[in-house]
Write a protein of this length. Structure first.
Length: 163
């Protein structure tokens, strides 16, 4: 946390916004990899005429506040992202929790597939999930191996009105 300069709750929310945004961007890149049939720098294995065409910026409202993400594009304009759909401007807290839990807990591709089916009602191939997780795992590993503080302050709020 020292490297992230977290001093208060607002700083912590900014870290979560950044983390969710980065995971979404990596997941969207993985979806486009699957759509095009090749990874970003592996154009030699490219199948077909369609190719990447940069990114579009999108402001997305999350439970941590608004965050900007880059959504990958392709030349034919046929890519329909599923993680963050076209014209979607809000990411519900439920989706955020599931994204964070999938990667932070090191879930199997079958578990992630079940979550994606639960969230979106979509069937995803193991290849798609593997490509998405391959892009996100370095970020998660870095977060998991960060140095921890000796003491953390925790505040519990009672659900009972007179406690």
């Amino acid at each position: 946390m020292k490297g992230l300069d977290v001093k208060n709750f607002d700083d912590l929310k900014d870290v979560f916004k950044m983390m969710v945004g980065e995971m979404l961007e990596n997941g969207l890149d993985g979806e486009l990899d699957d759509e095009l049939g090749y990874t970003k720098y592996d154009y030699r294995n490219k199948e077909g005429e369609n190719s990447r065409n940069g990114y579009s910026k999108k402001a997305l409202k999350t439970s941590f506040g608004e965050t900007d993400i880059k959504v990958p594009r392709e030349r034919n304009g046929e890519f329909e992202p599923q993680l963050v759909k076209k014209n979607q401007t809000t990411l519900t807290g439920d989706v955020e929790e599931k994204i964070i839990s999938m990667y932070a807990k090191g879930m199997t591709t079958n578990d992630i597939e079940a979550h994606i089916k639960d969230i979106y009602g979509l069937e995803c191939s193991d290849t798609t999930i593997s490509r998405i997780t391959d892009k996100i795992l370095p970020v998660v590993r870095e977060w998991q191996s960060r140095p921890l503080e000796e003491i953390y302050t925790v505040v519990f709020k009672s659900v009972y009105p007179y406690d």
